[in-house]
Design a protein around this ligand. Structure first.
Ligand SMILES: Cc1cc2nc3c(=O)[nH]c(=O)nc-3n(C[C@H](O)[C@H](O)[C@H](O)COP(=O)(O)O)c2cc1C
Length: 381
């Protein structure tokens, strides 16, 4: 399998699997517990059918949307993900460059491997900073100030990760940062010498969003301990309301799933919510964002921008979510496997394919713009 033969998500996943050491591939591919939610995320789109209208004169199709004040040329953004430098030596640079080329938004994770300032300086696309809430309130304030000074467009607080998910694939391989692989894991690294060569001959692995505040060298702190020791499971709506006030700009919560929480997000002044179960990596057995969408759009869709992520693998999945009322959708593994497979050209190819699929599906549905998509176009089984 070569890049030019990759036609869809599954092809990129196959190529990524071939290129990456097993523990890293499984870190991306895997999820929590029995991975029920991971599977459900993708399956939920299959329980919903599209009902097209024809003969509508759809020569030109407008894919643009405006979400949280950002105008996007396509209704899909690259959701923030951790550790991208491990997947390909270009890391976040590849994703930010590709997203900017396609006129869309990208996220930089708190666990990102390039600094949010460096990314902001180099790429012009709308940039999200994904934030975790720490016990240390001073640290939270300092990090927000840093993002503000850098010119980040949207603050995204992830609220589904106050403790780490039970990812058994990682426990089996010994995957952790810093690396503490077991013998089986090490053997798998030895089997991918070209990945290892690229890793050691390019820029050093760093976590620049955190390194000023957290000592991740040696055995001082691991990502697992970062989640259990530094993040604040006691965080409440009052804490978030204060953050929203301090940020005083576009602020969204990632990982909202209930109508009650969606209403609270509106009440405290958030401008967006993302229905998400973290790609199935946190609470296994939780519902898919897509399945929750209609209920939440009905409750708050006229007061806040509702987005979703999880399981998007095709342009028609995007159309289904937009038809239910999502303003835009996020993708994670959809761009991570292409990143791992081929760096920036991989991410560009994947985003280009998704854009083509959305455009083709819009034409086949008889819709000239995203605003023409509606629930009239859907039937659930
Ligand atoms: C390898 C990997 C790392 C991730 N890291 C983060 C992160 O640091 N912060 C965050 O809020 N979400 C993170 N996510 C979740 C994604 O932002 C997104 O919610 C999820 O991947 C969507 O599901 P999908 O992969 O099926 O598209 C990560 C997901 C993956 C697969």
């Amino acid at each position: 399998m070569r890049l030019k033969n990759c036609l869809n998500f599954h092809d990129f996943r196959t190529l990524a699997k071939r290129r990456l050491p097993g523990p890293i591939f499984n870190y991306i591919d895997g999820a929590a517990d029995d991975e029920v939610t991971l599977r459900r995320n993708a399956e939920s789109f299959e329980r919903c059918d599209l009902v097209p209208n024809v003969l509508r004169g759809v020569q030109d199709v407008d894919l643009s949307v405006t979400v949280m004040g950002q105008k996007l040329a396509m209704p899909v953004y690259c959701s923030p993900t951790a550790l991208q430098r491990l997947f390909h030596h270009q890391g976040e640079h590849a994703v930010a460059a590709a997203a900017t080329k396609f006129g869309t938004m990208f996220g930089v994770s708190s666990l990102g491997t390039v600094s949010l300032e460096a990314i902001r300086k180099q790429y012009s696309g709308p940039q999200v900073y994904q934030f975790y809430f720490h016990k240390d309130r001073g640290l939270n304030r300092a990090m927000m100030q840093r993002a503000k000074t850098a010119g980040v467009n949207v603050m995204m607080l992830t609220v589904d990760s106050i403790t780490g998910g039970n990812r058994e694939r990682d426990l089996r391989t010994g995957f952790s940062i810093p690396f503490r692989l077991n013998v089986a894991g090490l053997t798998q690294f030895a089997m991918k010498p070209s990945w290892a060569w690229n890793y050691v001959t390019h820029e050093r692995f760093r976590l620049p969003q955190l390194e000023e505040h957290v000592d991740m060298s040696g055995s001082a702190m691991s990502i697992g301990r970062y989640f259990t020791e530094m993040l604040d499971p006691a965080m409440t709506w009052d804490d978030v309301a204060q953050m929203v006030r301090e940020w005083d700009g576009q602020f969204c919560l990632k990982g909202i799933m209930s109508v009650e929480d969606a209403r609270r997000a509106v009440d405290i002044g958030c401008t967006g919510i993302i229905l998400s179960n973290h790609g199935g990596r946190q609470l296994d057995g939780s519902r898919s964002g897509f399945d929750q969408l209609a209920e939440i759009v009905d409750a708050v869709g006229d007061r806040i921008d509702v987005m979703m992520d999880g399981g998007i693998q095709r342009g028609t999945h995007v159309l289904k979510a937009l038809s239910l009322g999502a303003k835009a959708v996020g993708v994670g593994r959809y761009y991570l496997f292409p990143l791992a497979a081929a760096g920036q050209p991989g991410v560009e190819r994947a985003l280009g394919q998704l854009r083509n699929e959305i455009e083709r599906a819009m034409k086949l549905m008889g819709c000239r713009s995203v605003s023409e998509l509606s629930r009239e176009n859907l039937r659930f089984r």
